[in-house]
Design a protein around this ligand. Structure first.
Ligand SMILES: [Fe+2]
Length: 378
């Protein structure tokens, strides 16, 4: 199976990795990260990506229009440690991903009457979001984001092998109300009070996101993603044009989507990803999604993938223990590290399942307040 150039674990390192409070034993130097970024996309994408396409609607020869990002910013470029997240990569510049035809098919699925009526959510930080409609009402969208070629592209850019977090998070859509055109300098360094956000300051619930632009941006100004660097400065990444995307390690970087002006619609599709390996630590929370989700689907799919990952780790550990017993030994530090990791993982996970009657629908302002508070204390 193909693996990305920057990866943290292999199975054989697992027991050793367990001794780390963070399941993240390798620490790539900035030079190693840069060298990994330079390695050929073509070579990587041509490799066996280790999974099957899920259907026949998405055809890469027609629907993929990938062009390598011109630049990928590392966590260290933004003033964070290379190991603060699950990858040393922070964010890509916008890159072409899907053909016009593909985006138009996606738009048809998202804008269909059933999806608009049954899957729309509103919150105090975003006016309209569409969630949880795939695969039932979004077969093409579902196939696209599950396609091995798309996963290979996401993984190569992110510097870690990725899969969609869960089906429920495939194709989340943000729709913004048109604003008025204003004089606007997209190159200026901004202060936090300067510009209006369509989604306020926050960190995502999941490690990586890919944000795809689904609207024509010809007359659009604004619409960038603002990132707060490790030193507290604000950096803006240009908004993508139709069919283009940005990959961001959003769980570990405070960010906000800035309002676009130009009197036109702005529809973006956000698909969330997690490391494919169950041996890489999972800092997933549900804080930004719980109030805008069908909790039965969200909770069911969250516990399902977490149990699958735990099952895989337990099987590996069981094999290690049996092998050790055959050799007449017992590795106590390894057993304790394993148990510590599982206890921590399940304890954290337990806190994410909040009884439905205690979840305030559409209330996300507190999540933004926490991000704002972090600015003052870090
Ligand atoms: Fe976000």
């Amino acid at each position: 199976m193909a693996t990305p150039d920057v990866i943290y674990q292999s199975d054989t390192r697992f027991v050793k990795a367990m001794n780390s409070p963070r399941l993240n034993p390798l620490n790539p130097s900035p030079r190693e990260t840069q060298e990994s970024l330079k390695r050929s996309f073509a070579k990587y994408l041509a490799a066996d990506v280790g999974s099957q396409a899920v259907g026949k609607l998405f055809d890469p020869s027609k629907h993929l229009a990938f062009e390598e990002p011109k630049h990928i910013h590392t966590m260290e470029d933004l003033g964070y440690s290379a190991t603060s997240g699950v990858s040393p990569i922070a964010v890509s510049e916008p890159f072409h991903l899907f053909s016009e035809e593909a985006v138009n098919i996606m738009r048809e699925e998202v804008l269909s009457k059933e999806v608009q009526e049954k899957y729309s959510y509103t919150s105090d930080i975003a006016p309209k979001q569409i969630r949880g409609y795939a695969p039932k009402y979004g077969k093409f969208i579902f196939e696209a984001w599950k396609h091995p070629k798309i996963l290979a592209i996401m993984s190569k850019i992110a510097g870690v092998d990725l899969v969609p977090v869960m089906d429920y998070e495939i194709g989340h859509v943000n729709m913004s109300v048109p604003g008025n055109k204003v004089n606007y300098d997209s190159n200026a360094l901004i202060s936090e009070e300067d510009e209006k956000a369509i989604v306020g300051w926050h960190r995502d619930s999941y490690p990586f996101v890919c944000v795809l632009m689904m609207s024509d941006t010809t007359n659009m100004v604004g619409g960038e993603t603002a990132l707060r660097t490790g030193t507290g400065e604000i950096k803006k990444v240009r908004g993508p044009a139709k069919g283009c995307a940005v990959v961001l390690q959003g769980r570990y970087i405070d960010h906000q989507a800035l309002q676009a002006f130009g009197g036109q619609e702005r529809i973006t599709m956000v698909t969330s990803f997690r490391p494919r390996s169950p041996r890489i630590r999972d800092d997933t929370v549900l804080t930004t999604v719980r109030p805008i989700s069908n909790l039965s689907d969200l909770y069911g799919q969250t516990i399902e993938y977490q149990l699958e990952n735990a099952e895989s780790r337990i099987r590996d550990m069981l094999k290690n223990v049996r092998d050790a017993m055959k050799a007449g030994s017992t590795n106590v530090p390894s057993i304790k590290s394993f148990l510590d990791f599982e206890i921590q993982t399940f304890k954290k996970l337990n806190g994410e399942f909040v009884e439905e009657h205690l979840v305030p629908k559409g209330h996300l302002a507190e999540v933004c307040q926490e991000a704002a508070k972090r600015k003052k204390t870090e």
